[in-house]
Design a protein around this ligand. Structure first.
Ligand SMILES: [Zn+2]
Ligand SMILES: [Zn+2]
Ligand SMILES: [Zn+2]
Length: 57
């Protein structure tokens, strides 16, 4: 399966699902209804497994 739209905006690398930058919960799909707010359910960097805003790559 290839979903080219999933991308870490911090390092520009690939993203492996989604992760909340607040509580750290991971999701396969973007969750607009997430408890911390849909905006916090963001791409998870495939290289470091952090939410994209926390990506340190
Ligand atoms: Zn990244
Ligand atoms: Zn959260
Ligand atoms: Zn990263």
């Amino acid at each position: 399966m290839e979903e080219s739209e999933k991308k870490c905006t911090k390092c520009g690398g690939g993203a492996n699902g989604y992760k909340c930058d607040m509580c750290g919960v991971e999701a396969e799909k973007h969750d607009e209804q997430h408890a911390c707010g849909g905006d916090h359910c963001m791409a998870k960097c495939a290289a470091c497994n952090q939410a994209e805003t926390k990506c340190g790559c």
